[in-house]
Design a protein around this ligand. Sequence first.
Ligand code: FES
Ligand code: MG
Length: 597
Amino acid sequence: MTQRPRLTPDQLRSRWWFDNAEHPGTTALCIERYMNYGVTLDELTSGRPIIGIAQSGSDLTPCNRHHIELVKRVKDGIRAAGGVPFEFPMHPIHENVRRPTAALDRNLAYLGLVEVLHGYPLDGVVLTTGCDKTTPACLMAAATVNIPAIVLSGGPMLNGWHGNQRVGSGTIIWELRKRLAAGEIDYAEFLSTATDSAPSVGHCNTMGTASTMNSMAEALGMSLPGSAMIPGPYKERSMVAYDTGQRAVEMVWEDLRPLDILTREAFENAIVVCSALGGSSNAPVHVNAIARHAGVPLDNDDWQQLGHRVPLLANVMPAGVYLGEEFHRAGGVPAVTAELLKQGMIHGEALTINGRTMADNVSDCETQDDDVIRRFADPLTTRAGFINLKGNLFDSALMKTSVISADFRRRFLENPDDPDAFEGKVVVFDGSEDYHARIDDPALGIDATTILVMRGAGPVGHPGGAEVVNMQPPEALIRQGVDSLPCLGDGRQSGTSGSPSILNASPEAATGGPLALLQSGDRLRVDLGRGEVRLLVSDQELTSRREQLKCHGGYAYPGHQTPWQEIQRTLVEPLDRGMTLRGADHYRDVARRSPPR
Ligand code: FES
Ligand code: MG
């Protein structure tokens, strides 16, 4: 553990607001108004760190709502360490409910948080996270502003049970939809099983985007070790809230900032841990975005090079069978990281927010249940990370290999002439409404070898990017026992989905990507061995289609509904570049480079 020089009280950033002889009027205005609800003059002027608490919970964001209670313990911890807590609201982001998509709000919450962290008298901040996009929004803002910052996850819900069957958030919905389509259950059973999957406060209990991104925060070194996956209602969750508050104050004195922690090594650790967790296909989007704001070069080639070789160790849905409670009891993220560290796959020297290195934090950890967190020598699957596919349809698209089922492998990937490759005729849908309207139309001729394509679902086509690529086959095919088909598209899919879809194709159709030229009936060749998807149509034909498309004004997509949709569509980068806002990543370390004025 390295000793860092300590700040003195007069070096606190908040002194500009609360003890500034050059601006007595401003100082008085700041002081009198914070005192109006009972903060004392001594608290504001005696040189105590002011710690913001970014409150992401609200009635609109149920996955994070228990942070309203948890922050009481955060505040206790801050006060015990000599700081003064100031809680403030974040823009709500609720994955399941927000339309057209919660992803539209990640960048909006990021912008809002940057302005708050930069423009108010904060020396450090506790970032409360949970539901999918709350975590990347917080980490992106922390990297941009670069005041001492620590992540506090709300933790997953308790396990869901339906009778004696584990039912996991989101994952059960994908399964139930198929059973409903096959006529095996009615809507009442669909709903009662779905609601059983959400038995308590907390975020999704599967290794969906929420659990993944909070685990990423821990793997990056931005939250206390072992904290990411403590279930929301457990007493340890409140305890770690207290410890997080205490630590936030210490980090201010140590001047330990996000950009000290968010290094290339930290991001490489995150990629490796993500693969071993069977993490969400949204993780590359968000982690690449955080890296861009931290000024660390990172792209989907890194995800393949560093991540694909990593075996799946976490036996958690959707890639495995257990849920958050078992994962936490088995040792959580530290036990997975320790197993990878032993193999030399983790940068043990990476610094973390407790001032210790990753190796210091995890080397004594080990799996407490080697069915839930597997040993490296006995994984669920080998080579479990993402493949970054390329070809004449897109520059980058990801496939999550940890969820390729034995059935999918048998049907598509065990061709003796060419293992790892398959060909099929495509049926193309322009957005999810088109899919829902036409999927059961027998005239489409969808059979067990068809590749379903979804376009118009990227960050511009469907503002924010829709989680719709994991398309269900037509009901008639499901009744015949074919319950999955290969899917490909320029949108995303839910992290709770077990579909091995080809996702996040960039550039998207709406910005002129070649997907816009695809026609139903075209043949595609997918070669996972070579990392390639090829449209088997001549260049001449594609050129002629491109001309036709130009004549019709380009690829059509629905208009803007709100000002932010228009602004975001104008500025948003493609999914492989993290879906960040063009120009925003030029702002870095703004608290130090642009002091208050
Ligand atoms: Fe909020 Fe899954 S819907 S965490
Ligand atoms: Mg989602």
